[in-house]
Design a protein around this ligand. Sequence first.
Ligand code: AOF
Ligand code: ZN
Length: 344
Amino acid sequence: MSSEAGSLERAMRRALDLAATPGVPLGPNPRVGCVLLAPDGTEVAEGFHRGAGTPHAEAAALAAAGDAARGTTAVVTLEPCNHTGRTGPCAQALIEAGVSRVVFAQPDPNPEAAGGAQTLRAAGVTVELGLLEREARRLNRAWTFAHEHGRPFVTWKFATTLDGRSGAADGSSRWITGEAARRDVHRLRASCDAILVGTGTVLRDDPELTVRDALDQPLPPELQPLRVIMGTRDVPADGRTSNGAAETLHLRTHEPVEVLAALHARERQHLFLEGGPTVAAAFLAAGCIDEVVAYVAPKLLGAGPHAVGELGIGNIADALDLEVEDVSVLGHDVRITGRPRGRN
Ligand code: AOF
Ligand code: ZN
């Protein structure tokens, strides 16, 4: 690798690290980082995005550089935006600051903001794209998916015994798995912006559906994922999903597609599905599950409800096939993470 290519890749890795600064961004915006390099490859300034309404990464780096931005190469994890949204267009700001080259990782999948590369080129700025694109897409996996598919990314989580039971026949088992798995569920909840169950689960279990155990301090209500209840039945007004610990949305429908459209309209990008067998079957049948996280407890029950309801599959050839991405042991339990085969 030439020293030029090496310094660009180092700068992009730095920009990715900056973008991944813990705790940012808040709200529906992507994580973005930017590094400005002098012609000799040394770093002039850097910036990252802290959340909706705050400066974009490029604007933050330009502000830090001041006049020193002239003649630099901007290394950015995402294509500079071309629109006036909550802040001004970055493509224009880079042109005005005299940046001579822009190297970005991921093209902007947001149709409202895309087109920055073209604007930059039209103004005589050299533009290169695709460096560490896979890493950049992974960093904003749900955001990218939501813009590309027009709906939130859906993670379905369930817990089951080794013989596939999600509870004991007498209903004596809200938790099948142990403490480590439970903490892990809260960590995953914290990485999503909506948590969904069906009315059946609310009526039977009275869950709170908040992030509690994953962090040193509890998340305030405005930073909690949106609690979503799906189904036509009423839920008790004095139940835990109605407490003030987080916002709650009751969608009186059985259609996953309608649920996802309602969440997309609210700029929710990553849904954590914790519903019972009926909700899980509805989402699976609709092809609306993008990731499966199964917690398997090494227990046998021999009776009791299953994790997923009737899918209308009679033949093994029609089974819903998952590609396993990770297997981990958490305490006494096993976590299996997979994706429906053939999906990105
Ligand atoms: C960010 N941060 O550093 C970059 C973004 O409406 P706005 O102004 O908040 O713009 C959001 C869009 O801007 C976002 O969806 C993405 O397409 C583009 N670039 N956004 O939040 C950044 N560079
Ligand atoms: Zn921008």
